[in-house]
Design a protein around this ligand. Structure first.
Ligand code: NDP
Ligand code: X2W
Length: 336
């Protein structure tokens, strides 16, 4: 018997991707998959791509979860804390929601409202020193999807002093699965297809965790909904601190920052990230340029929002928490 593992919120997009990854994981044994309104339905009825996974979605019962070794929470914001509070210390938890990501309660109040649940270890192992902190933790808050795409592009630039921390601009497009399965007015099929739509303009909740993780002082962030099922392409630009900066210098800083990170790939000169190349993987692809007109430093990053942006990231953190190799059960390469 391996690590007894439960997925809470298993009927959702992130939960479904966790089930798919766990089915191929050699050490994590899926013993419980729970849902809310869809409890009682077979997994394959909710997730047709998981046909053959012979499991019925259970109700979310903390007493049953307490009998496991590892719980992934893939719930709407605000629902994790009540369940986590009922689980003993013997159970390791990775929360995919936002509830425990932020340190500053004022930032929680600004972007989410309501009571701040607390702060867990931020689940982005590629940040300096964070791999060890995740490995030493029993409670980890996995990152937001736009946040990981942006932080991976931005953090090394701020840390190396290549750009000014108070002038960062991000425009990022996401596939529709990023919004979750629950019906939303702007996500009706006919409205999404053949269209690009900005939303939460000037007020996206991931700005708080991006600033917290990178040290950027001010960020203008514009998310765009794209007519594709999954994937994020983030274009991050910053004003250079030094007028002589070149793309080769930026590329070297990024390559150095991720030299020991198996899932982050700084692409060869001339190759640009695109979402399809990361589809189904836990990888992030990065490339950089210096704008020949404005002189701004540009880093483009691509991820699969359900992979490195959600379920893959969560499994990567769980691997570290359990002392397993970070890459166990996780695809480095996309499906095309
Ligand atoms: N989608 C993405 O790309 C990413 C998602 N995340 C985070 O992961 C979490 C899940 O997201 P996602 O899978 O997209 O969301 P979905 O809307 O697709 O799924 C939500 C899940 O939570 C369950 N649920 C809904 N309401 C409750 C409740 N009141 N109590 C208990 N369970 C409930 C649903 O069960 P049922 O269907 O049975 O009602 C479903 O299993 C969110 O916190 C999200 O922010 C993080 C990064 C990326
Ligand atoms: C397309 C879309 O709507 N995406 C969601 C991000 C979902 C996510 O990953 O972030 P959280 O875990 O913080 O919810 C949004 O922009 O709010």
């Amino acid at each position: 018997m391996g690590i007894r593992t439960a997925v809470v919120g298993a009927s959702g997009y992130a939960g479904g991707e966790l089930l798919r990854l766990l089915a191929g994981h050699p050490d994590l044994d899926l013993v419980l998959a729970t849902a809310h309104s869809q409890a009682g339905r077979p997994v394959a009825g909710v997730h047709p791509h998981l046909a053959g996974l012979d499991l019925v979605l259970g109700a979310t019962d903390p007493a049953a979860l307490a009998e496991t070794d590892l719980v992934f929470l893939a719930l709407p914001h605000g629902e994790s804390a009540a369940i986590a509070a009922q689980l003993p210390d013997t159970v390791k938890i990775v929360d995919l929601g936002a509830d425990f990501r932020l340190i500053d309660p004022a930032q929680w109040g600004r972007y989410y409202g309501g009571e701040h649940a607390g702060t867990w270890t931020y689940g982005l192992p590629e940040l300096p020193g964070q791999r060890l902190r995740v490995a030493a933790s029993d409670r980890v808050a996995a990152t937001g999807c736009y946040a990981v795409a942006t932080i991976l592009a931005l953090a090394p630039l701020v840390a190396a002093g290549l750009i000014e921390a108070e002038d960062v601009v991000v425009v990022a497009a996401s596939g529709t699965s990023g919004a979750g399965k629950a019906p939303k007015a702007h996500l009706l099929g006919a409205e999404v297809m053949g269209d690009l739509t900005p939303y939460k303009v000037g007020a996206h909740q991931h700005v708080a965790e991006i600033k917290q993780a990178t040290g950027a002082a001010s960020i203008s962030f514009t998310p765009v909904l794209a007519p594709m099922p999954r994937g994020i392409l983030a274009t991050v630009t910053g004003r250079p601190a030094n007028a002589d900066i070149t793309a080769n210098v930026v590329r070297a800083v990024l390559a150095d920052a991720y030299a020991d990170s198996p899932f982050v790939h700084v692409l060869a000169e001339g190759q640009w990230p695109h979402t399809a190349a990361t589809f189904g993987s836990n990888s992030a692809h990065l490339q950089t340029a210096v704008d020949i007109d404005s002189g701004r430093v540009i880093v483009v990053s691509a991820i699969d929002n359900l992979g490195k942006g959600a379920a893959g990231q969560a499994v990567q953190c769980a691997n570290l928490m359990l002392g397993l190799p970070e890459t166990t059960g996780l695809p480095v390469h996309g499906v095309r």
